[in-house]
Design a protein around this ligand. Structure first.
Ligand code: CA
Length: 229
């Protein structure tokens, strides 16, 4: 189980963080004060990553970090800072945080940082969940057959979903239109290759920021398409 402790005294920020982490497949434990967070970590050794707000009533996030480090050196720690300077100022008295995220942050940014830290913290020693493919800002859930972009559901047809899945399973690889057709529509489908282009065009409108200048689904001229750079 991928457990994360979220320490944040402002309730709206805390629930924003928690909702997005849960969507990304994490189990969250919430704390409003540093003291609560330390008690929660002590009570649950399965917590692998902690997100710590800095400005808190009672002991601040840096002190919480210092004490957590003393308890568990493998714990991954991300500070949630209101301004980048907050982090700079304290680099000298570095408390052992692994990373920091400056508010306001996007769900995709937060999830990407947490994912990276989780891998480093060894939280992925269990077999990776086979039912999700994460490629920020996208998260594909292969069990529910759903796609999210920045935490927002993108409504896809089954064919569009299958195309996205094929892309996400083959990042950076040029896929020929024949290959896409065979995989998505099946080898018995005798339709035209153009159906691939039509679906890609519609997909781009749904998932690209600007369908005229796609950055996720790129055209490989005279051949097909590829996902990402
Ligand atoms: Ca705060």
């Amino acid at each position: 189980m991928k457990k994360i402790l979220v320490l944040e005294d402002e309730e709206n920020i805390r629930s924003f963080v928690v909702i997005n982490l849960r969507r990304a497949g994490y189990e969250t434990i919430e704390a409003e004060t540093g003291e609560d967070a330390l008690a929660a970590l002590k009570a649950d050794p399965e917590i692998k990553v902690a997100l710590l707000d800095i400005m808190l009533p009672g002991i601040d996030g840096f002190e919480v970090c210092r004490r957590m480090r003393a308890m568990d050196n493998r714990l991954g720690v991300i500070m949630l800072t209101a301004r980048a300077q907050e982090m700079d100022k304290v680099t000298g008295l570095m408390t052992g945080a692994d990373d920091y995220v400056t508010k306001p942050f996007s769900p995709a940014e937060l999830t990407a940082r947490v994912d990276a830290l989780f891998r480093r913290a060894g939280g992925d020693t269990e077999a990776p969940a086979a039912d999700e493919i994460s490629a920020p800002p996208f998260l594909l859930n292969t069990r529910n057959r759903t796609l999210e972009k920045n935490g927002q559901r993108v409504k896809l047809t089954q064919v569009e979903y299958s195309i996205v899945k094929l892309f996400m399973e083959n990042p950076g690889k040029a896929l020929s239109r024949e290959e896409i057709l065979d995989t998505v529509w099946g080898k018995d489908y005798f339709g035209e290759l153009k159906i691939v282009d039509v679906n890609i065009r519609r997909l781009r409108i749904k998932i690209e920021d600007n369908a005229q200048k796609p950055v996720y689904i790129n055209t490989v001229w005279g051949y097909g398409y590829k996902w990402g750079g």
